[in-house]
Design a protein around this ligand. Structure first.
Ligand code: DGL
Length: 273
């Protein structure tokens, strides 16, 4: 099926998942929406996160996507269940794949979760991990300073290094052997986080496992794109096209990205009540 895979996030973070989808399924077309004008979602009330996410989903469903990836942990925690019940296409979140990826590699069963305030408060990772293995010990840490660093293209700066070092202090020395980057923006800070935690700690992002889930669903349904033409991805942002382009080109290593502006306020039909 030549229809696109929809990928949504509060901003550029979901590109970390999109990149894995492109790597594992290079024939697939991606329609990406980043709500950069209203990023971060992490500190926002659930009702707002729900409304904004349903607007993004609505916008992409109007473009006949064949499946939807909520490439945002904060939004996954709030609306994955609702979107699965409402839409007649498969909907994939990033929390279960992130948890599974961590469970695959932990040896001492002590896992740390870094995430936004919303994701940590939701306890979604704790539930997901414990549902699969009761014996897992989980330490959680909200890192609200990370997303603004990424969105402002400062993720390789000296300021970023300092912020990462200061933020991670509470989670160091706890004997964790695995850390989950429970926010899709954090892989852009991955090298700094790995450096700070040391080589013995495995730093996991959900992108790879999420892309695998997407691939399995498409394959199972016979929906993989049979066309060998170079896929025409589309990127939509509610904010600055130039900042989005700079970050997306850097992260995806694609030069001629066409970034389109979108106003999501006219795409509210999924909100219903
Ligand atoms: N990238 C998102 C996540 O995975 C959201 C970051 C934010 O908007 O606070 O949680």
């Amino acid at each position: 099926m030549e229809h696109a895979i929809g990928v949504i996030d509060s901003g550029v973070g979901g590109l970390t998942v999109a990149k894995e989808i492109m790597r594992q399924m290079p024939n697939e077309i991606i329609y990406y929406v980043g709500d950069t004008a209203r990023c971060p979602y992490g500190p926002r009330p659930e009702e707002e996160v729900r409304r904004f996410t349903l607007q993004m989903a609505g916008f992409l469903v109007e473009r006949q996507i064949k499946m939807l990836v909520i490439a945002c942990n904060t939004a996954t925690a709030v609306v994955l269940k609702e979107l699965r019940e409402t839409l007649d296409i498969p909907v994939v979140g990033v929390i279960a794949p992130g948890a599974r990826a961590a469970l695959k590699v932990t040896e001492n069963r002590k896992i740390g979760i870094l995430g936004t305030i919303g994701t940590i408060k939701s306890q979604a990772y704790v539930h997901e991990l414990k549902m699969i293995n009761q014996q897992i010990e989980v330490e959680q840490l909200a890192c609200p300073k990370f997303v603004p660093l990424v969105e402002s293209f400062e993720y390789q700066s000296a300021v970023a290094k300092k912020v990462v070092a200061e933020t991670l202090i509470p989670i160091k020395g706890k004997g964790l052997d695995t850390i989950v980057l429970g926010c899709t923006h954090y892989p852009l800070l991955g090298p700094l986080i790995q450096q700070e935690m040391g080589p013995k700690v495995k730093v996991i992002s959900s992108g790879e496992e999420t892309a695998q889930e997407v691939s399995t669903i498409l394959d199972f349904n016979g929906w993989l794109n049979p066309s060998l033409a170079v896929p025409k991805h589309r990127f939509f942002t509610t904010g600055s096209q130039s900042i989005f382009r700079r970050i997306a080109s850097d992260w995806l290593q694609i030069d001629d990205l066409h970034i389109e502006f979108v106003n999501l306020r006219n795409h509210e039909y999924l909100l219903g009540n």
